[in-house]
Design a binder for this molecule. Structure first.
Ligand code: FES
Length: 174
């Protein structure tokens, strides 16, 4: 009898206690899952390409697209030739060089040393700054000789319906 009296409350207690514990566990699990989903969401958003692009643009590090500007007709620039133009502003002098039938490169051509205009030496196939004998790699815009230390900002171009257009300016990698 005493045993029963002892047992029932003990079991009830134990039962109630277990229900509470189970609920706590459920709540804990739910809370944990919420945190997990929340963290996954933040991770997913920050890893989306546009998220990264937007973040870069906000920090001023992203490539910047401008209204497309026609540089020249395809038939007006032979392989190995260059054309001067300005992009994106009318004072942002730039140079387009045709390296093969299909390959074009373009750079803002104010020298990254003291802003003399860099030109294309067709015979030597080099981009040269005449002021202090600076040279830039035509494939990448990187400085390869003389005092310049930073690359020329690259301009992305596209060929469309027989003409070459300037599309965007690539920012320096940091
Ligand atoms: S300004 Fe171009 S090398 Fe000095």
């Amino acid at each position: 009898m005493t045993e029963n009296n002892n047992k029932i409350p003990f079991n009830e207690d134990n039962y109630t206690h277990n229900i509470n514990r189970n609920n706590e566990r459920k709540l804990d699990r739910r809370g944990f899952m919420k945190t997990l989903v929340g963290a996954a969401g933040v991770f997913a958003i920050s890893s989306l390409p546009w998220g990264a692009t937007a973040a870069k643009e906000l920090m001023g590090l992203g490539d910047k697209e401008y209204p497309h500007k026609k540089i020249t007709d395809l038939k007006s620039i032979g392989v190995g030739d260059a054309v001067d133009f300005a992009f994106p502003g009318e004072h942002d002098s730039a140079i387009l060089i045709r390296l093969s039938d299909e390959k074009f490169v373009a750079y803002q051509n104010a020298c990254t040393h003291l802003r003399c205009p860099v030109f294309w030496d067709k015979k030597e196939e080099e981009m040269i700054c005449p002021c202090h004998h600076g040279k830039f790699d035509v494939q990448t815009g990187s400085p390869i000789a003389g005092p310049p230390r930073r690359p020329l900002p690259e301009i992305q171009v596209k060929v469309d319906k027989g003409a070459v257009y300037a599309v965007r300016v690539k920012r320096y990698e940091t």
